[in-house]
Design a protein. Structure first.
Length: 256
Protein backbone atom coordinates (compact mmCIF):
# COMPACT_ATOMS: atom_id res chain seq x y z
CA UNK A 1 0.00 0.00 0.00
CA UNK A 2 2.75 2.46 0.92
CA UNK A 3 4.51 1.74 -2.37
CA UNK A 4 1.32 2.46 -4.32
CA UNK A 5 0.85 5.76 -2.45
CA UNK A 6 4.48 6.76 -2.95
CA UNK A 7 4.18 6.00 -6.67
CA UNK A 8 1.07 8.18 -6.94
CA UNK A 9 2.79 11.00 -5.05
CA UNK A 10 5.81 10.78 -7.34
CA UNK A 11 3.56 10.95 -10.40
CA UNK A 12 2.05 14.21 -9.13
CA UNK A 13 5.54 15.76 -9.42
CA UNK A 14 4.94 17.85 -6.32
CA UNK A 15 8.02 18.41 -4.21
CA UNK A 16 6.34 19.87 -1.14
CA UNK A 17 2.93 19.86 0.59
CA UNK A 18 0.06 20.17 0.18
CA UNK A 19 -0.07 17.18 -2.15
CA UNK A 20 -3.77 17.60 -2.85
CA UNK A 21 -5.79 20.80 -3.18
CA UNK A 22 -9.46 21.52 -3.91
CA UNK A 23 -8.73 20.24 -7.44
CA UNK A 24 -8.35 16.72 -5.97
CA UNK A 25 -5.21 16.00 -7.97
CA UNK A 26 -4.94 12.38 -6.82
CA UNK A 27 -8.42 11.66 -8.19
CA UNK A 28 -7.48 13.35 -11.49
CA UNK A 29 -4.35 11.23 -11.61
CA UNK A 30 -6.26 7.93 -11.63
CA UNK A 31 -9.22 9.15 -13.68
CA UNK A 32 -11.81 9.29 -10.90
CA UNK A 33 -14.44 12.03 -10.97
CA UNK A 34 -15.31 13.85 -7.73
CA UNK A 35 -18.85 15.08 -7.18
CA UNK A 36 -19.82 17.29 -4.26
CA UNK A 37 -23.43 17.19 -3.14
CA UNK A 38 -25.49 17.67 0.00
CA UNK A 39 -25.79 14.43 1.94
CA UNK A 40 -28.71 14.04 4.32
CA UNK A 41 -26.92 11.52 6.53
CA UNK A 42 -24.31 13.62 8.38
CA UNK A 43 -22.42 10.46 9.33
CA UNK A 44 -21.75 9.75 5.65
CA UNK A 45 -18.72 11.64 4.36
CA UNK A 46 -18.49 10.01 0.97
CA UNK A 47 -18.89 6.93 -1.18
CA UNK A 48 -17.34 5.31 -4.24
CA UNK A 49 -19.63 4.51 -7.16
CA UNK A 50 -18.99 2.73 -10.44
CA UNK A 51 -20.70 3.61 -13.71
CA UNK A 52 -19.47 1.25 -16.38
CA UNK A 53 -15.71 1.68 -16.40
CA UNK A 54 -15.89 5.10 -14.70
CA UNK A 55 -15.31 5.65 -10.99
CA UNK A 56 -17.25 8.38 -9.20
CA UNK A 57 -16.42 9.69 -5.74
CA UNK A 58 -19.34 11.46 -4.08
CA UNK A 59 -18.47 13.65 -1.08
CA UNK A 60 -20.53 15.79 1.27
CA UNK A 61 -20.39 19.42 0.11
CA UNK A 62 -21.02 20.62 3.67
CA UNK A 63 -17.91 18.97 5.10
CA UNK A 64 -14.79 20.99 5.87
CA UNK A 65 -12.10 21.21 3.15
CA UNK A 66 -9.85 18.96 5.24
CA UNK A 67 -12.56 16.33 5.64
CA UNK A 68 -13.33 16.43 1.90
CA UNK A 69 -9.63 16.02 1.14
CA UNK A 70 -9.36 12.97 3.39
CA UNK A 71 -12.61 11.45 2.09
CA UNK A 72 -11.47 11.64 -1.54
CA UNK A 73 -8.21 9.86 -0.70
CA UNK A 74 -10.08 7.33 1.46
CA UNK A 75 -12.37 6.47 -1.45
CA UNK A 76 -9.34 6.20 -3.74
CA UNK A 77 -8.13 3.51 -1.34
CA UNK A 78 -11.39 1.62 -1.92
CA UNK A 79 -10.91 2.12 -5.64
CA UNK A 80 -7.39 0.68 -5.67
CA UNK A 81 -8.48 -2.36 -3.66
CA UNK A 82 -11.48 -2.84 -5.93
CA UNK A 83 -9.33 -2.76 -9.07
CA UNK A 84 -6.88 -5.25 -7.56
CA UNK A 85 -9.57 -7.60 -6.29
CA UNK A 86 -11.52 -7.48 -9.54
CA UNK A 87 -8.54 -8.87 -11.42
CA UNK A 88 -8.59 -11.86 -9.08
CA UNK A 89 -12.25 -12.44 -8.24
CA UNK A 90 -14.35 -10.49 -10.71
CA UNK A 91 -16.35 -7.32 -10.03
CA UNK A 92 -19.59 -8.95 -8.84
CA UNK A 93 -17.85 -11.08 -6.21
CA UNK A 94 -15.86 -8.09 -4.98
CA UNK A 95 -18.88 -5.81 -4.59
CA UNK A 96 -20.81 -8.51 -2.76
CA UNK A 97 -18.08 -9.65 -0.37
CA UNK A 98 -15.62 -6.84 0.33
CA UNK A 99 -17.29 -3.46 0.08
CA UNK A 100 -17.76 -1.77 3.45
CA UNK A 101 -15.92 -4.34 5.58
CA UNK A 102 -14.13 -3.02 8.67
CA UNK A 103 -10.77 -4.17 7.36
CA UNK A 104 -11.34 -2.40 4.07
CA UNK A 105 -12.27 0.80 5.90
CA UNK A 106 -9.11 0.60 8.01
CA UNK A 107 -6.93 0.06 4.96
CA UNK A 108 -8.63 2.91 3.11
CA UNK A 109 -7.91 5.22 6.05
CA UNK A 110 -4.24 4.19 5.91
CA UNK A 111 -4.23 4.82 2.17
CA UNK A 112 -5.59 8.35 2.66
CA UNK A 113 -3.04 9.14 5.36
CA UNK A 114 -0.13 8.03 3.17
CA UNK A 115 -1.37 10.07 0.21
CA UNK A 116 -1.95 13.29 2.14
CA UNK A 117 1.04 12.97 4.47
CA UNK A 118 3.85 10.97 2.80
CA UNK A 119 6.20 9.61 5.46
CA UNK A 120 9.42 11.30 4.35
CA UNK A 121 7.94 14.75 3.79
CA UNK A 122 5.76 14.60 6.88
CA UNK A 123 8.58 13.53 9.19
CA UNK A 124 10.79 16.32 7.87
CA UNK A 125 8.09 18.93 8.47
CA UNK A 126 7.08 17.65 11.92
CA UNK A 127 10.66 17.22 13.16
CA UNK A 128 11.37 20.86 12.35
CA UNK A 129 8.66 22.00 14.79
CA UNK A 130 8.52 21.99 18.58
CA UNK A 131 5.89 19.60 19.98
CA UNK A 132 2.76 21.67 20.64
CA UNK A 133 -0.87 22.04 19.60
CA UNK A 134 0.06 25.11 17.55
CA UNK A 135 2.56 22.98 15.65
CA UNK A 136 -0.16 20.40 14.98
CA UNK A 137 -2.39 23.15 13.60
CA UNK A 138 0.45 24.40 11.40
CA UNK A 139 1.04 20.88 10.04
CA UNK A 140 -2.69 20.49 9.41
CA UNK A 141 -2.69 23.69 7.36
CA UNK A 142 0.47 22.70 5.49
CA UNK A 143 -0.77 19.25 4.49
CA UNK A 144 -4.47 20.21 4.15
CA UNK A 145 -5.48 17.54 6.65
CA UNK A 146 -7.47 17.59 9.86
CA UNK A 147 -5.62 18.22 13.11
CA UNK A 148 -6.74 14.78 14.34
CA UNK A 149 -5.22 13.05 11.31
CA UNK A 150 -2.00 15.02 11.75
CA UNK A 151 -1.85 14.27 15.47
CA UNK A 152 -2.32 10.54 14.89
CA UNK A 153 0.37 10.59 12.21
CA UNK A 154 2.84 12.22 14.60
CA UNK A 155 2.12 9.64 17.30
CA UNK A 156 2.03 6.56 15.09
CA UNK A 157 5.30 7.53 13.42
CA UNK A 158 6.73 8.24 16.89
CA UNK A 159 8.02 11.65 15.79
CA UNK A 160 7.28 13.40 19.08
CA UNK A 161 7.15 11.70 22.49
CA UNK A 162 3.59 12.66 23.39
CA UNK A 163 0.12 11.49 24.38
CA UNK A 164 -3.16 12.25 22.60
CA UNK A 165 -6.45 12.27 24.48
CA UNK A 166 -10.01 12.66 23.22
CA UNK A 167 -11.90 13.81 26.28
CA UNK A 168 -14.61 16.01 27.79
CA UNK A 169 -15.45 17.56 31.18
CA UNK A 170 -17.92 15.62 33.29
CA UNK A 171 -19.82 17.29 36.12
CA UNK A 172 -20.03 15.40 39.42
CA UNK A 173 -22.79 15.29 42.03
CA UNK A 174 -20.81 17.64 44.28
CA UNK A 175 -20.65 20.28 41.52
CA UNK A 176 -17.00 19.66 40.70
CA UNK A 177 -15.62 18.30 37.45
CA UNK A 178 -13.52 15.38 36.28
CA UNK A 179 -12.15 14.59 32.81
CA UNK A 180 -13.80 11.75 30.92
CA UNK A 181 -11.30 10.13 28.53
CA UNK A 182 -12.93 8.54 25.49
CA UNK A 183 -9.82 7.56 23.56
CA UNK A 184 -6.05 7.69 23.92
CA UNK A 185 -2.98 7.21 21.74
CA UNK A 186 0.65 7.57 22.76
CA UNK A 187 4.02 7.40 21.07
CA UNK A 188 5.66 3.97 21.23
CA UNK A 189 8.80 5.42 22.82
CA UNK A 190 6.85 7.10 25.62
CA UNK A 191 5.81 5.50 28.89
CA UNK A 192 2.54 6.82 30.28
CA UNK A 193 2.96 8.55 33.65
CA UNK A 194 -0.33 7.21 35.09
CA UNK A 195 -3.43 5.41 33.94
CA UNK A 196 -5.21 7.50 31.30
CA UNK A 197 -8.43 5.55 31.16
CA UNK A 198 -11.97 6.39 32.24
CA UNK A 199 -12.29 9.38 34.59
CA UNK A 200 -9.32 11.39 35.89
CA UNK A 201 -8.96 14.48 38.07
CA UNK A 202 -5.90 16.01 36.43
CA UNK A 203 -6.07 18.45 33.49
CA UNK A 204 -9.57 19.58 34.50
CA UNK A 205 -8.91 23.35 34.23
CA UNK A 206 -7.50 23.17 30.68
CA UNK A 207 -10.22 20.79 29.44
CA UNK A 208 -13.02 22.90 30.95
CA UNK A 209 -11.59 26.14 29.53
CA UNK A 210 -11.30 24.65 26.03
CA UNK A 211 -14.79 23.19 26.26
CA UNK A 212 -16.49 26.35 27.53
CA UNK A 213 -14.53 29.05 25.70
CA UNK A 214 -13.81 27.08 22.51
CA UNK A 215 -10.20 28.21 22.37
CA UNK A 216 -6.79 26.68 22.79
CA UNK A 217 -5.94 26.26 26.47
CA UNK A 218 -3.06 24.76 28.39
CA UNK A 219 -1.95 24.05 31.94
CA UNK A 220 0.82 22.20 33.76
CA UNK A 221 0.12 18.75 35.20
CA UNK A 222 2.17 17.19 38.00
CA UNK A 223 2.19 13.44 38.58
CA UNK A 224 3.57 12.28 41.92
CA UNK A 225 4.78 8.72 42.44
CA UNK A 226 5.14 8.20 46.23
CA UNK A 227 6.30 4.60 45.81
CA UNK A 228 9.19 5.71 43.59
CA UNK A 229 9.65 9.02 45.42
CA UNK A 230 9.55 10.86 42.10
CA UNK A 231 7.62 13.63 40.35
CA UNK A 232 6.87 14.09 36.65
CA UNK A 233 6.04 17.48 35.11
CA UNK A 234 3.85 17.58 32.00
CA UNK A 235 1.94 20.15 29.95
CA UNK A 236 -1.55 19.49 28.64
CA UNK A 237 -2.80 21.55 25.67
CA UNK A 238 -6.49 21.34 24.75
CA UNK A 239 -8.39 22.21 21.59
CA UNK A 240 -12.17 22.20 21.20
CA UNK A 241 -13.06 20.37 18.00
CA UNK A 242 -16.78 21.17 18.17
CA UNK A 243 -19.39 19.18 16.29
CA UNK A 244 -16.81 17.49 14.05
CA UNK A 245 -15.76 15.27 16.95
CA UNK A 246 -19.00 15.15 18.94
CA UNK A 247 -17.90 18.03 21.20
CA UNK A 248 -14.81 16.14 22.29
CA UNK A 249 -11.65 17.98 23.32
CA UNK A 250 -8.41 16.98 21.60
CA UNK A 251 -5.64 17.13 24.20
CA UNK A 252 -1.90 16.91 23.62
CA UNK A 253 0.30 15.94 26.57
CA UNK A 254 4.02 16.69 26.48
CA UNK A 255 6.53 15.89 29.23
CA UNK A 256 8.53 18.90 30.30
Amino acid sequence: MVRVCDKMTDELSKKKPPFQSERYEYAELVGARVIEKKVLDRKLNGTLLTCGDEYLIVINEEDSPERKNFTVCHELGHMQMLIKAESLLGREQVLNRLHGSLEEERLSDMFAVNLLMPRKEFKKAATALDPSMKSLLKLASTFRASVEAVARRVVRMDIWPCVLLWCSPEKQFDGGYVVKISNIENSASLKLPVSCRGFVRWGVDAVCEAYNNKKLSCSPVIFRHPGRNSVEHWNIECLNRGDEQGNLILALMIRR
